[in-house]
Ligand binder design. Structure first.
Ligand SMILES: CC(=O)N[C@H]1[C@@H](OP(=O)(O)OP(=O)(O)OC[C@H]2O[C@@H](n3ccc(=O)[nH]c3=O)[C@H](O)[C@@H]2O)O[C@H](CO)[C@@H](O)[C@@H]1O
Ligand SMILES: C=C(OP(=O)(O)O)C(=O)O
Length: 418
């Protein structure tokens, strides 16, 4: 078990590069299962979740090679086979192998990936969509089986714009017979990246980035070389790091448009944000004003930035109202912030954050990935030292975050604790 010891109070200054997007990489790696060709994927972040996806692909018979930030995957020898609980439970996003496996092989059996710390995260929309495409679905003893002689294109209307369901259904439909239309699809940039990856393999997908996606089935897909988009959530976290320490931070390798909801909120909060072609500069102005936040599907304010923004609001002037509308249990960081002196009241899915002058260091726990990142941010701004436990959650989504922040003037030490 490892912990972070964070010595707060240093202004972060300098340039920091965001990696390729975790949430774009995971479906893209799952999509390599759709072809017998060789897929080369650049800008793959070296994260725990990515290693789990690599392990899953290898288990299914793929040959993978991961050097630097490039992964090559050869799925020519892959067979669809039952994936057991121990592998599926390692990561929620394991469910993304479902669409490609049924699409290419006509059958898939996986253990339920289960819920997680931020909510119950059901799979009903994935399964309903696959059934609409013609799959027979059964659920028994925590396993989901789906099979179909040939999936057939159809119209699927999603009750809510689920990112994962949209991705799984696109991947299932690319080799289906005929045309599939997904309505009320999720519009996240990661779905556009998946579309670009699939089309480069020979698929015919249009509409990603809007709420109607049209997929014309093709007979087979081939080899591809693709570069993953920058991670807007990692970049956003670094931007808040600049703001919360009253620093001056340039974040490179970003697509600024993907950061719009955050850029506008930070400006509203009194932080200076300058947008360049593929970088953003965040400068503290000595004042942080309270702003209200409501998480929404893209292009709304991302739920994956809610905890980090709450960290900033804990030391804002005034009272901020933060509403979480995507996940029912994504306020587990609140008691941890309170340990650091934050003044936060919870009313259902809303947090009322009354800014305090200063946070103080404490022993706190990362309850999930973004909660952990948010606690690092709070600790950077706090008086005294903070000890942050359960940092394996943070390693799921940030590659050696302490190294990156220390290069900007932070003091974060990774320690082994038994
Ligand atoms: C690997 C990855 O890309 N993860 C992201 C993805 O997760 P993920 O794809 O799991 O999130 P979804 O978009 O599916 O979830 C959105 C909402 O839909 C609900 N839902 C989802 C599926 C379903 O079958 N039934 C159902 O009710 C969920 O409970 C949640 O309330 O999008 C989330 C929302 O932007 C992000 O927080 C995650 O970081
Ligand atoms: C919730 C997240 O990821 P996942 O969907 O993989 O749990 C996240 O990246 O913040």
């Amino acid at each position: 078990m490892e912990k972070f010891v964070v010595v707060g109070g240093n202004r972060l200054k300098g340039t920091i590069r965001a990696n390729g997007s975790k949430n774009a990489t995971l479906p893209i790696l799952a999509a390599t299962l759709l072809t017998g060709g060789v897929c080369t994927v650049n800008e793959v972040p070296r994260l725990k979740d990515v290693f789990v996806m690599q392990e899953l692909l290898t288990y299914l018979g793929a040959k993978t090679n991961f050097e630097g930030n490039t992964m090559t995957v050869d799925c020519s020898k892959v067979q669809s086979q039952e994936i057991s609980e121990d592998l599926m439970r390692k990561m929620r996003a394991s469910n993304l192998v479902m669409g490609p496996l049924i699409g290419r092989f006509g059958n898939v059996k996986i253990s339920y990936p289960g819920g997680c710390n931020i909510g119950s995260r059901p799979m009903n929309l994935h399964l309903k969509g696959l059934a609409t495409l013609g799959a027979n679905i059964s659920e028994k003893f925590g396993y989901i089986s789906a099979s179909a002689k040939q999936l057939t294109g159809t119209v699927i209307h999603l009750d809510v714009p689920s990112v994962g369901a949209t991705e799984n259904l696109i991947m299932a439909a690319v080799l289906a017979h005929g045309t599939t239309v997904i309505r009320n699809a999720a519009k996240e940039p990661e779905i556009v990246d998946l579309q670009n990856f699939l089309n480069a393999m020979g698929a015919k997908v249009v509409g990603a980035g809007t709420d109607i996606i049209r997929i014309e089935g093709v007979k087979e897909l081939g080899s591809v070389i693709h570069t993953v988009i920058p991670d807007r959530i990692e970049a956003g976290t670094h931007m808040v790091a600049g703001a919360i320490t009253n620093g001056d931070v340039v974040v490179t390798n970003v697509i600024p448009e993907h950061l719009d909801p955050l850029i506008y909120k930070l400006r509203e909060a009194g932080v200076r944000v300058e947008v360049m072609d593929d970088s953003v500069r965040v400068q503290g102005t000595g004042v942080i004003k309270a702003v209200d936040i409501k998480t929404m599907p893209y292009p709304g304010f991302p739920t994956d930035m809610q905890a980090q923004m709450m960290a900033l609001m804990t030391i804002a002037e005034g009272t901020s109202v933060i509403s979480e509308t995507i996940f029912e249990n994504r306020f587990k960081h609140v008691p941890e912030f309170r340990r650091m002196g934050a003044d936060i009241r919870l009313e259902g899915h809303t947090a009322i954050v009354k800014g305090v002058k200063r946070l103080s260091g404490a022993c706190v726990e990362a309850t999930d990935l973004r909660a952990g990142a948010a606690l690092i941010l709070a600790a950077l701004a706090a008086e005294d030292g903070t000890v942050l436990d359960n940092i394996e959650h943070i390693d799921r989504g940030y590659e050696r975050i302490e190294k990156k922040y220390n290069a900007l003037g932070a003091r974060i030490i990774r320690v082994n604790s038994q």
